[in-house]
Design a protein around this ligand. Structure first.
Ligand code: FAD
Length: 487
């Protein structure tokens, strides 16, 4: 009898434990992706959060790329549309499959659904076998001395590293045999993921979804930037980070592949001193990704509720005009605006600037972090159920091991420190490009003659700051002090 390989957040053929195991069994396979977008879930069965706009664009192209990769080894990807439980039932009826292989997901809805599906399928004699493709270590294997979850990164990462060797990535199957009984499915276009209007032009210029480009980016990063990662990673204009995040998000490349590739470089090139520390620093960022999934697994309300409950009483502001200015990159703070425009134009934002823009929303505008999280969810190609929510809670001060609320980024100083030569701001806020460096991150301090010479008219070609930094800081700190007094 054939086996079903159900792809979800693991859109690759190499280092894919579910596919590897199914192919090694010698059985015929049905490789399937089930799109659930607009269909109501089966009663009582949770449905994972729908991808946002940028992620939908990515997913469309990632699925097409996976289909190509499967075709190269004798298979193809069957597209089904509808509630997963119903579509799996139908597929099993039609093909007589007695086994469904998956790689695990960790979002609360997806994980709960897998548990229910395991029982539902078992009742009809079909096994659901799950594997780990998404993480270096399962979230429940990293435990404190008392057996509980970690809430602080450094000891978490120390414990994760002490778990021992990360298993080597599995090779892609050389050949798979598809079951002839599989239905035709629907065309990929029927998922409606690709935009009808080409709003995604900027995204398409920067990105090529699929495993091949993920591997290319990894190789490129290791060749060109790994030794300087630690010193340059915080500078958005240098743009030397790996940009692997969307490929990791959709499972086009696995963390084990990255882990072993980095270790191979460390050993093969005998990296030592700062270059070795740089490589370890990069692995530590994969650690933050693991930590986010650890938190999501142990605190499933992470996407919807403050981990620090005292923030439930915080006087968040309702400020539609401020929110719109933030979303459109028109706050009057160049580093914030550059970040928000990079996000809108390219579906991605540099990590340092994610921190600055998120902090601005939560602290300068005092808008609840979930509002910003939802915007990032819709606009990031790497929008991730764990990293996005954990990072927003981290910035807001409401999360585990979070930056304290009272530490408020000054967007001018952040710009001057991390974009000193203005390369980043000039690229994304071109109307300020001709301002001299010393005024670039605070155009309102420039003399009128300098503004005129640079072609800048504040309030016309570029906004005045929508909120004064010192005032916003005092307001946020007063609200925080009030909260501490009452909780
Ligand atoms: P690199 O610096 O090359 O790092 C390599 C990989 O490590 C990344 O691809 C990513 O998978 C992981 N990583 C790096 N930094 C972090 C981090 N702080 N937390 C978790 N994982 C990390 N990352 C996402 O993948 N998806 C998100 O939705 C997301 N939302 C964020 C929201 C906010 C407010 C903030 C502050 C950060 C967010 N991040 C998110 C984390 C981080 O900004 C991105 O992972 C990183 O910028 C991706 O670029 P890169 O691949 O070049 O990273």
């Amino acid at each position: 009898r054939p086996s079903v390989v159900w792809f979800r957040q693991d859109l690759r053929i190499a280092d894919n434990p579910a596919l590897h195991r199914a192919a090694s069994s010698g059985r015929r396979l049905i490789c399937v992706y089930i799109h659930e977008d607009d269909d109501p879930a089966v009663e009582g069965m949770p449905s994972p959060r729908k991808p946002g706009g940028a992620a939908r664009w990515w997913l469309h192209h990632a699925l097409a790329a996976l289909d190509q990769d499967l075709r190269a080894i004798g298979g193809h990807l069957l597209y089904l549309k509808g509630p997963a439980a119903v579509e799996l039932d139908r597929l099993i009826d039609r093909t007589g499959a007695d086994c469904v292989l998956v790689n695990r997901v960790y979002d609360p809805e997806g994980a709960a659904r897998d548990r229910m599906l395991t029982e539902r399928l078992a009742a009809r004699g079909v096994r659901l076998l799950s594997h780990n493709a998404l993480l270096l270590h399962e979230p429940w294997t990293v435990r404190t001395r008392t057996g509980g979850p970690y809430q602080v990164f450094t000891p978490f990462w120390r414990a994760a590293r002490a778990l021992g060797q990360v298993p080597a990535p599995l090779p892609a199957p050389a050949q798979i045999d598809m079951a002839g009984t599989a239905p035709a499915g629907v065309p990929l276009a029927a998922f409606g993921l690709a935009p009808v209007i080409d709003w995604a032009g900027g995204i398409a210029r920067d990105w090529t979804p699929g495993s091949a480009d993920g591997r290319r980016r990894l190789g490129d990063f290791l060749d060109r930037h790994l030794p300087d990662y630690k010193s340059d990673r915080d500078h958005p204009g240098a743009d030397i980070t790996s940009r692997l995040s969307p490929h990791l998000r959709f499972g086009e490349i696995g963390p084990r592949t990255i882990w072993h590739a980095v270790h191979h470089r460390i050993e093969a090139e005998g990296l030592s001193g700062p270059a070795r520390a740089s490589a370890q620093g990069f692995l530590g960022e994969l650690g933050w990704r693991e930590f986010s999934y650890h938190l999501l697994h142990h605190f499933p309300h992470l996407p919807t509720r403050n981990l620090k409950h005292q923030f439930d009483a915080f006087p968040w502001r309702d400020d539609p005009a401020g929110l719109a200015a933030w979303q459109r990159g028109l706050t009057g703070y160049p580093i914030v605006d550059a970040g928000m425009r990079q996000l809108w134009q390219t579906g991605w934002m540099h990590n340092r600037v994610r921190m600055v823009t998120a902090s601005f929303l939560v602290k300068h505008l005092m808008i609840y972090w979930a509002t910003g999280e939802a915007w990032f969810w819709d606009t990031l190609v790497d929008a991730d159920p764990a990293s996005n929510t954990a990072s927003w809670q981290w910035v807001a001060g409401t999360g585990a091991d979070a930056a304290p609320y009272f530490r408020i980024f000054n967007p001018v100083l952040q710009g001057e420190r991390f974009d000193a030569d203005g390369r980043y701001v000039r690229r994304f806020v071109p109307e300020l490009a001709r301002l001299p460096d010393r005024f670039l991150h605070k155009p309102w301090t420039a003399p009128a003659s300098v503004l005129t010479a640079a072609g800048v008219t504040l309030g016309t070609t570029y906004p005045h700051p929508i909120v004064d930094h010192a005032h916003a800081r005092d307001r946020a700190l007063a609200a925080f002090a009030g909260l501490r007094a009452t909780t």
